[in-house]
Design a protein around this ligand. Structure first.
Ligand SMILES: [Zn+2]
Length: 269
């Protein structure tokens, strides 16, 4: 299977009847949005997305029609203008915290008629204000909060959300032979497929390196370590292919001013 990325802003991705005023409008021409878009576009060419091999032996599931191994699978990449929009649009409480990104197995407001997603969808926050605040928070832990010497690293970590979540989506495609979250759940319910959503997400009992006997947390921890490492590798690969000026421009747009650093209560210059 081959994955292709369909990149949209949240306003473009939501159905017509959704109340767009509830969500931040993302300026797709902002430096950070252009950088995210460039990374996503570049990832379309990554070899790992060109040839995704399903890990399920299709012959063992005669009642399931898996996508053809040669087929193209679309992954929707949704760029959000505010971090808080992610739990809101998915109608999901991430333990009270807004994640910077998510691989969404549920539909949320994208399709209120179905609980689980009938496609592969990744959401990431692309907010320059949120990234600036993130940099301020990180700098407040440094010896010299006025120094921007690690800012490029904070931007890398922020961008890594995209490749990290993308890896979750590609894992899901690999583990389930391209079945969508709603298909996995349906086939699991009917007894045609012994793996549930969580197994297909973390690969428990499917991958050689995630034993079927592991409990949820152990399998999830293995998944997160694996996905984080792969996401960083993918991002480094993509950034090496992107015009460096885009990264620098986004960094400049999100760098806090000395005045903003001075106003952060955590800082003790
Ligand atoms: Zn993750």
């Amino acid at each position: 299977m081959r994955a292709t990325l369909d990149i949209k802003t949240l306003h473009q991705a939501l159905p017509e009847d959704a109340d767009l005023d509830d969500f931040a409008a993302l300026d797709a021409s902002s430096p950070l949005a252009r950088l995210f878009t460039a990374v996503a576009q570049t990832m379309n060419d990554h070899p790992d997305l060109q040839a995704i091999s399903g890990m399920q032996p299709a012959e063992c599931y005669p009642d399931i029609e898996f996508p053809d191994p040669q087929s193209e699978i679309s992954i929707e990449v949704v760029l959000c203008g505010a971090t808080d929009d992610i739990p809101a649009v998915l109608d999901h409480d991430f333990g009270g915290q807004s994640p910077l990104g998510a691989f969404a197995t549920s539909s949320g407001l994208f399709d209120t008629s179905a609980w689980l997603a009938d496609r592969f969808r990744v959401l990431v926050s692309c907010s320059e204000d949120d990234l600036r605040q993130h940099i301020l928070d990180e700098r407040s832990q440094e010896m010299d909060p006025y120094s921007g010497q690690h800012d490029h690293h904070y931007l890398f970590s922020y961008l890594n959300t995209l490749t990290h979540e993308l890896r979750h989506a590609v894992d899901f495609i690999e583990h389930g032979n391209g079945l969508t979250p709603s298909q996995v759940d349906d086939f699991n319910d009917t007894g045609d497929f012994e793996f549930g959503l969580r197994d297909v997400a973390n690969g428990r009992g499917i991958r050689d390196d995630v034993d079927a006997e592991l409990d949820d947390d152990e399998a999830d921890n293995l998944m997160e370590d694996r996905v984080e490492a792969a996401g960083r590798e993918w991002l480094s690969w993509a950034l090496a292919k992107i015009e460096p000026g885009l990264f620098e421009e986004a960094l400049a747009a999100c760098t806090p001013t000395d005045l903003q650093v001075g106003m952060t209560p955590d800082c003790h210059p």
